[in-house]
Ligand binder design. Structure first.
Ligand code: HMH
Length: 220
């Protein structure tokens, strides 16, 4: 019905932008097996910085969720908080594996820009609906991008399969789908101006994700 239609309609309306974010030359090069390993290491170290900022972002989504009258989404968001702890350990372990020193990494411009966007959500004025929409699309871009790297016909280097599985797994796909159901349910009840803000956040994330892949794949 109408309730399930909003996110799907956005994905259609902004299809080109969505494709640019989820079929970026960088992630496609992982799938093709032609990935430049120095670009991969740059992505890894920059994403570690991003994920640390993402922890605070998810915490702010959780807080907004708990303040809602009907906070039945709490357990699903809380699951996201729980898995980010494991993710931080994964990054440290992966960095050691690739000889990347995370302590000496500073954020590049596109990453700083994305982190500033995440930080803006700690403002109590930003609604739960907009925040959970943002959370959903951030996770979905990675799910779709890395999921593609393990789909049929991939030539992904075996040493990168673990990375791709992290976000490309069926479990993570289910998690993204459960977030999408929350978003569609919230949007169906939201006033038009809030729906508009959520759509703007959706397209902003797609742009920021493209910028993040660009930053990772090109030397600056
Ligand atoms: C830049 N976007 C970026 N990094 C991530 N780790 C995710 C999305 C998904 O968690």
């Amino acid at each position: 019905g109408v309730e399930a239609a909003t996110t799907a309609a956005w994905m259609e309306r902004h299809r080109q932008m969505y494709e640019r974010a989820t079929r970026h030359p960088f992630t496609v090069s992982i799938r093709d097996g032609t990935v430049d390993m120095s670009a991969f290491k740059r992505w890894l170290s920059q994403d570690y910085i991003f994920v640390r900022e993402f922890v605070a972002f998810i915490a702010s989504v959780l807080l907004k969720c708990c303040k809602q009258a009907e906070s039945s989404d709490m357990e699903i968001i809380l699951g996201g908080v729980a898995s980010i702890s494991d993710e931080l350990s994964w990054f440290k372990n992966e960095a050691t594996k690739w000889g990347v020193d995370l302590a000496s990494v500073s954020p590049l411009e596109s990453n700083s820009e994305y982190c500033r966007f995440l930080q803006s959500f700690t403002e109590p004025e930003i609604s739960y609906v907009v925040a959970v929409t943002t959370f959903w699309i951030i996770e979905t871009v990675y799910q779709d991008s890395f999921g593609f790297c393990i789909e049929e016909g991939n030539k992904t280097p075996p040493e990168l399969l673990g990375t791709c599985q992290r976000w490309g797994s069926p479990e993570f796909k289910q998690y993204c789908k459960s977030l999408q159901r929350i978003v569609d349910r919230c949007l169906a009840k939201a006033p038009a101006d809030v729906v508009k803000s959520a759509e703007e956040a959706f397209t902003r994330v797609l742009q920021l994700e493209v910028g993040f892949w660009e930053m990772s794949s090109s030397q600056s």
